[in-house]
Design a protein around this ligand. Structure first.
Ligand code: GLY
Length: 406
């Protein structure tokens, strides 16, 4: 009954799109700084140039930018089935929206043609990342029946990975007796909400809510830090293992996992208006923001529990995702927390805008940010520029600007 109430409330009250819903109000106590707004405008212009440089390197390969490794001076690319393939187009669309540079739009639209086939990919849980950042942004800027169909097919493909016994969408392929779900998967749910808004078919909505509820129950520790991977029994839904893949240790708090959860539960609240998700996001924020290992500039180390702290790597991507999530969460929470979240996000944007993190013009393969960590235990993508750091940094800057507009 409660579920049905929230479902109808959310469908009636929500509007389709990727931005904050109208139930959050313009908050008078949140005041973007003029100086930082100017810095952001400059960053967006610089990003426009950087991304044109990146486009030149890709030429007509049909490949997608993955990372730039400064140690090897190497620009690495991927095919469209890599989980990050949507971030390039998403960043281009977001930048185009800000700078109105037609070259960016042309490049984004060109790359969509290589992405479209992924709508039928049922071998990945990352379709939210891949298709909602690319086609979702394309459709947000210029709604088209073709984009909608692709997004809908993507949501259908993602839904095939849902196991009702477990109550989750499967993340990674594994042996048949395992069913692996990673915290990152919270980020794929936004696509399912879009599909319900678009079609009125509540099955997508129900999958998203069930996945989030199961994740809340099993991924989180009492201090609201998150495990990376939960291994379920696919027949009974019982938890078989709680572990890590990309973090320092099974019991550690891998930084990007914490911020995926923060962002994901903020979206859950936006989409359902169910207070338990708001509280979850606030608890996660508290874990991160009061963590003694969070540096003063708020760019997390790659894992909150790496014993080498402070002599280890920062993860700029975690900082960018956190800033973007907090700039949405600050609109939903109480005034005191809202101001605190806003101030932290502001400080992250300032830090990421400094030469310490922002690429000098013409460097780093055209990426905007330096110093992210992809997969430390696998010794891959350590201290590199990475596509999703740029995507969420640009989104955070857009959200910051949005808070200055009536
Ligand atoms: N698996 C997605 C990430 O590295 O955050």
């Amino acid at each position: 009954m409660k579920f049905k109430f929230f479902l109808s409330l959310a469908i009636v009250a929500s509007v389709s799109g990727m931005n904050q819903r109208c139930f959050s109000q313009h908050l008078k106590y949140i005041k973007p700084q003029k100086e930082l707004l100017n810095t952001i405008d400059q960053n967006l212009k610089d990003a426009d140039n950087q991304y044109k440089l990146m486009a030149k390197q890709l030429a007509d390969t049909g490949l997608f930018p993955k990372n730039y490794d400064p140690a090897k001076e190497k620009f690495n690319t991927s095919k469209s089935d890599w989980w990050c393939s949507g971030f390039y187009e998403g960043t281009l669309f977001d930048l185009y929206e800000q700078t109105h540079d037609p070259q960016l739009l042309t490049e984004a639209n060109h790359m969509l043609t290589s992405m479209a086939k992924e709508q039928y990919n049922t071998h990945t849980h990352d379709l939210g990342f891949m298709m909602y950042t690319s086609f979702g942004n394309a459709n947000r800027l210029e709604p088209k029946a073709e984009y909608k169909q692709i997004l809908l097919n993507s949501a259908r493909s993602l839904s095939t990975r849902f196991n009702p016994k477990v109550g989750c969408i499967k993340s990674w392929e594994s042996k048949p007796s395992d069913f692996l779900v990673i915290i990152d998967n919270m980020m794929n749910l936004e696509l399912l909400f879009w599909a319900t808004h678009e079609t009125g078919d509540s099955s997508f909505y129900k999958i998203a809510v069930t996945h989030a509820n199961t994740t809340m129950k099993n991924h989180y520790r009492p201090d609201y830090s998150s495990y990376h991977v939960i291994n379920y029994n696919p027949e009974t839904g019982e938890v078989q293992q709680k572990k890590t893949a990309q973090g320092y240790a099974n019991e550690s708090a891998w930084a990007r996992g914490q911020v995926w959860g923060l962002y994901g539960f903020t979206v859950m609240y936006r989409e359902t208006h169910d207070k338990k998700y708001l509280e979850q996001a606030e608890h996660i924020a508290r874990f991160i923001l009061t963590n003694p290992n969070l540096p003063a500039d708020k760019i997390p180390y790659w894992d909150f529990n790496d014993p080498a702290i402070p002599n280890t790597y920062r993860d700029a991507s975690a900082g960018a995702i956190m800033a973007s999530a907090l700039l949405e969460l600050c609109r939903y929470t109480n005034k005191t927390d809202g101001i605190a979240y806003f101030n932290i996000a502001q400080s992250i944007i300032k830090t990421l805008s400094s030469p310490q993190y922002k690429s000098a013009a013409g460097t780093n393969g055209g990426f905007l940010l330096k110093h992210s960590v992809g997969h430390f235990p696998a010794k891959t993508e350590i201290d590199v520029s990475i596509s999703y750091a740029d995507y969420y940094f640009v989104e955070a800057m857009k959200r910051y600007k949005g808070l200055s507009e009536p």
